[in-house]
Every structure is written in structure tokens, then in C-alpha cells.
Design a protein around this ligand. Structure first.
Ligand SMILES: Cc1cc2nc3c(=O)[nH]c(=O)nc-3n(C[C@H](O)[C@H](O)[C@H](O)COP(=O)(O)OP(=O)(O)OC[C@H]3O[C@@H](n4cnc5c(N)ncnc54)[C@H](O)[C@@H]3O)c2cc1C
Length: 418
């Protein structure tokens, strides 16, 4: 440790990294937070940005703002290129190397196309703020172009295929269907709404396999009522800018393919010389450190954290990321103060997802379930807690209630750079 203030280097300003930084606010430490962006992304709302319901500032939050009142913390915008565990130093693109006494690695995960032909070039993933903005602008552009040349409708310009029957795919499909049927129907009255297909494709037998059968049935019904075509047991083989080919050989005319089907650990993990678990995640001990490297904490989506009771690997969720990041921050603060750190214990708030306006599903730890508006309120309450500050929570309540009440997709316009 350096003389008076040990340096805690936090890599990644997601739920995990920000949670760690906040828990270190009163620690006798120098806290350095580095992210390749200067903002924190609230990923659960990306689909609402992509469909114009929320604006950028409801989904992205300045990282400097988030630690503004924390005197011992600073933020740098730089990309991590290498981690030297032995030399306790991290290298960056565009920033001098930074040495550390404690390291918190919270670099998250990235999309996994599972080698699907053409997906890297032509699919629209939904993992970052630029992804959501790009999808929104592409959808707007396709409707504009089709309005000028209606023959493109026949070619599938308005059709959208969404891959993945988990929360990302289902939430995106529901929101796109509402954008099409409620807003674009009014915005582009000359275009034939009934020919604009929203197709949700899932390789497995069912949507939402983590939920009880009655919640799965509710989900399919809610999507169908919103005119989403659900295709299960169906996998995508390849994609071009205008066609999606299924593994059955069937070809769908669609100028948009959204990918919400899989994740893998941040690519940097390949260079760390550590054995990786399923999905390129890093296995950690009960205190979230690496075996033989007690100064290195691995948190959030990049980590494979076993639940202390069930021993199952915890899912890649905001609440797991936040709680694991907070645990790392708290443990480091305790160790700096000469106290012992405790093992990590995850507090499960239930599994939940929204499908559309007034439609959501919740399954609590004990097996209790909720659907509809009640479930949507529960979703809102749990996700408010994920927001980093009280100001963000207050702003979100205004944004979310406004969007829910008026259902106006005020963000459905494009800002071109000149
Ligand atoms: C579309 C979508 C919807 C979701 N919905 C929900 C939901 O409803 N409820 C829920 O609980 N969870 C949801 N999740 C999951 C949840 O968002 C993640 O589990 C959570 O964001 C993980 O947090 P994290 O801090 O581990 O990683 P991230 O939030 O991914 O943060 C990682 C950070 O590291 C930075 N970074 C990455 N690589 C580098 C590098 N080389 N150099 C510097 N910085 C780097 C990134 O810029 C990013 O800021 C959703 C996820 C997605 C994608």
C-alpha cells in the first residue's frame, strides 16, 4: 500500500463500478474511476430510448456528476487495454498507466452473436447507449424512406425481426410494436401499418424460460395483443441488410434485425491469464476477490458469482452488479480501516420484466407472481433503487410517470451531425 492514502482503481462505471465508488466515499483512500465513456448507462431503459419514449439523459448519466460530492474520487475517460496483476498496474489507450493498491474490475459484458453470419455487420445489438440511438435513427430513417418510396414496404423496409426471448428481446418487441401501432400509425398515415411486421424469434422452446408457465403464457398473450408475431423453436442462420434467413431455410424480408440474444464477458478477460467460466465470465471467491489476489475484486456482469445459499451462478442483472460493486467498495473500506471483510450475500428482489404499457411480469423469490400494472409498479420500484443518486431517482419518477401517463414518444426524431 502507498503511504497514507491507498489507491483504489475502479475499472468500469456501470452499476458495479459506481456502486463500489459510492461505498468508498468515507474511506481514507484515493478513488480513481475509469470508463471508456464519461457517462453511466442505465441499460434496463435502453429499449425505451430506442423507441423514443425516453431521452438520452434519462438513460445516460454523467459519471463526473455521480461522484461530484465525493472528495476522494476522480473520473477519467479512457479505454483499458491491459491489466498487470503482478505489477499492480493498468494500461489505457490515451491515459498514462495507473498503479493501484486495490483494483475493482467491473467492465461488464458485451453482445454475443454466436457466430451468426452477417450479424456483426448488419444486426442492431441493444447493449449501449450508441446502440439504442442507432436503432432509433435507423427505424425513423426506414419509415421516412418508405413514405417517399412505398414500393419498399413490399421489400420489408418496415419489418423488424428481434432475436431473443429473454427480457431484452421481449421488452424491445413490445416497445417497437407500441411505437409502430400508436405513433408511426399517426406519423405516417399513408403507409400500410398492417404490412409492418414485428417478429420475435427465440431459438428455445419458450419465451422467458426463467419464469413460471403462467407468466410465460401471459407474456405471449400480451405480445400477441400488441401485434408481435412470436416464433419459438426458431433460430436465425444469417442476416443481410434486407433479409433474415432462419435455420429452417425460410427467408424473412426485414431491413432491421435487433439482437437481444446473448452476452459474453468483456473481451479484455481473454488477456488476463485467468481460467474463464461459461460466457467468458471470471469466477470469484465468496468475498468477490480472485484466488491468490486478495486486492483484486471482480464485480457485475463480468464476474461469475455463486449464490451463497444455492451455489448457482447469479444472473447478469443490475441488482447483482450493484450489490456486488457495493460489497467490493465496502470490503475495501473495511480493510483500509483495519477491519475484516465479510463474504458477499445477494439479496434477491425478484425477477421481472416489462412487456408494454400496463403489462409486466414479476416472480418473487418465494414463488409469488404478479402481472399487469401491479407488476409494472414493482418493476419501477426495484429499478429506481438501481439509480445512482436521489436526484436521478426524482428525475426518473418524473420521466417515467410522464412517459407512462402521456405515452408520448417525444424522442422520435433524429439529430444529424453537420
Ligand atoms: C437491454 C438490456 C436490458 C436490461 N434490463 C435489465 C432489467 O430490466 N433489470 C436488471 O436488473 N438488469 C437488466 N439488464 C442487465 C443489467 O443492465 C446489467 O446486468 C448491468 O448493467 C451490469 O452492470 P456492470 O456494471 O457489471 O456492467 P455495465 O453496466 O456493462 O458497465 C460496464 C462499464 O465498463 C465500461 N467498459 C467496458 N469496457 C471498457 C474498457 N475496455 N475500458 C474502459 N471502460 C470499459 C463500459 O463503458 C461500461 O460503462 C439489462 C441489460 C440490457 C443490455
Amino acid at each position: 500500500m502507498s503511504e497514507s492514502h491507498p489507491r483504489v482503481l475502479i475499472l468500469g462505471g456501470g452499476f458495479a463500478g459506481v456502486g463500489a465508488a459510492h461505498e468508498l466515499a468515507d474511506a481514507d483512500a484515493e478513488v480513481v474511476l475509469v470508463d471508456r465513456h464519461d457517462y453511466h448507462t442505465f441499460q434496463p431503459l435502453l429499449y425505451q430510448l430506442a423507441t423514443g419514449l425516453l431521452e438520452n439523459t434519462a438513460v445516460g448519466h454523467s459519471l463526473r456528476d455521480l461522484v461530484e460530492r465525493q472528495e476522494n474520487a476522480s473520473v477519467h475517460k479512457a479505454t483499458v487495454t491491459a491489466v498487470d496483476f503482478e505489477g499492480r498496474e493498468v494500461k489505457f489507450d490515451g491515459l498514462e498507466p495507473i498503479a493501484y493498491d486495490f483494483l475493482v474490475l467491473g467492465l461488464g459484458a458485451e453482445v454475443n452473436f454466436f457466430g451468426t453470419e452477417g450479424a456483426l455487420e448488419h444486426a442492431f445489438p441493444m447493449y449501449t447507449l450508441p446502440h439504442a440511438v442507432r436503432l432509433k435513427e435507423h427505424l425513423l430513417e426506414r419509415w421516412e424512406v418508405a413514405e417517399r418510396d412505398p414500393t419498399l414496404v413490399e421489400d420489408g423496409a418496415l419489418n423488424i425481426v428481434i432475436v431473443g426471448g429473454g427480457p431484452t428481446g421481449v421488452e424491445t418487441a413490445g416497445a417497437v410494436a407500441e411505437l409502430y401501432r400508436a405513433d408511426f400509425a399517426k406519423d405516417y398515415p399513408s403507409l400500410p401499418q398492417e404490412q409492418a411486421r414485428v417478429v420475435l424469434v427465440e431459438a428455445g422452446r419458450e419465451l422467458f424460460p426463467m419464469f413460471k408457465p403462467k407468466l410465460r403464457d401471459y407474456t405471449v398473450k400480451a405480445l400477441t395483443e400488441r401485434s408481435v408475431e412470436v416464433m419459438t423453436d426458431t433460430a436465425v442462420a444469417s442476416v443481410t441488410p434486407t433479409r433474415v434467413t432462419l435455420k429452417t431455410g425460410e427467408e424473412l424480408k426485414a431491413h432491421t434485425l435487433v439482437w437481444g440474444a446473448g452476452l459474453q464477458g468483456n473481451p479484455l478477460v481473454q488477456s488476463l491469464g485467468i481460467d474463464l467460466q461459461r460466457g467468458n465470465r471470471i469466477g470469484v471467491g465468496p468475498d468477490l476477490t480472485l484466488p491468490h489476489l486478495p486486492e483484486v475484486y471482480i464485480v457485475g456482469d463480468i464476474a461469475a458469482i455463486a449464490d451463497e445459499k444455492t451455489e448457482q451462478i447469479l444472473p447478469q442483472l443490475g441488482s447483482v452488479a450493484l450489490q456486488s460493486g457495493e460489497h467490493a467498495g465496502e470490503s475495501i473500506a473495511r480493510r483500509i480501516a483495519g477491519k475484516e471483510a465479510k463474504p458477499f450475500r445477494y439479496r434477491d428482489k425478484g425477477t421481472m420484466a416489462t412487456i408494454g404499457r400496463g403489462a409486466a411480469v414479476v416472480q418473487m423469490l418465494g414463488g409469488r407472481t404478479m402481472t399487469g400494472r401491479k407488476a409494472q409498479v414493482a418493476w419501477g420500484t426495484v429499478h429506481l433503487a438501481l439509480l445512482p443518486t436521489n436526484e436521478d431517482r426524482a428525475k426518473a419518477v418524473v420521466d417515467w410517470s410522464g412517459a407512462l401517463m402521456t405515452h408520448q414518444r417525444v424522442g422520435r426524431f433524429t439529430v444529424e451531425s453537420e
